[in-house]
Ligand binder design. Structure first.
Ligand SMILES: [Cu+2]
Length: 177
């Protein structure tokens, strides 16, 4: 009875939503579960904002975050931040970000992040910014970034404050006029 299996998977998906933290809603797309999507308010006309999200792969095969888009941003990139000789640098991941099966990849301040560039307007605390993530297998997935305060290190309710507060320097490609 195929029917039963299908019903069961809906129940599991629904249960996952119920145990999610109070912040952003989990979004399920194929084998992926996307949670805690958030960003930070942009002060004084900043043209770039970081985007952070957890991506869990519940399937048996790897998927890959290859890009995305947001109405509020002219450009969208996936970035990696790392220490080089004591200096924090970041660069776009041209081949995207692999999400291994059974793993959760956390995009967070100080590490992998999404970059909303050429912003058309300021992000304000409390805003919900619609963003479309694009995966190789799961396809296009709509999520909503909860905008936190300017110096936030984690989404509301996550109860964690690690990582560096990285400012995007003028050398960053997103700062060009
Ligand atoms: Cu960046």
């Amino acid at each position: 009875m195929k029917h039963t299996a299908r019903t069961f998977s809906y129940v599991v998906a629904f249960a996952a939503l119920l145990v999610a933290p109070a912040a952003a809603q989990d979004v399920k797309a194929g084998d992926l579960v996307i949670s805690q999507a958030w960003s930070r308010a942009t002060p004084g006309g900043a043209k770039v904002a970081g985007g952070y999200v957890n991506i869990a792969n519940k399937g048996a095969a790897a998927d890959r975050l290859v890009g995305g888009s947001a109405d509020v941003a002219g450009k969208f990139e996936i970035h990696e931040m790392s220490m080089n000789n004591g200096v924090m640098t970041m660069r776009p991941l041209d081949k995207g970000l692999v999400i291994e099966p059974g793993k959760t990849v956390k995009l967070a301040p100080g590490g992998y992040h999404l970059m909303l560039m050429d912003l058309k307007g300021a992000l304000k605390q409390g805003d919900k910014v619609p963003v479309t993530l694009e995966f190789e297998k799961a396809g296009k997935v709509k999520v909503s970034f909860d905008v936190q305060g300017v110096g936030a290190q984690a989404p509301a309710g996550a109860g964690h404050s690690g990582g560096h507060d990285m400012k995007h320097t003028p050398g960053h490609s997103g700062m060009k006029k």
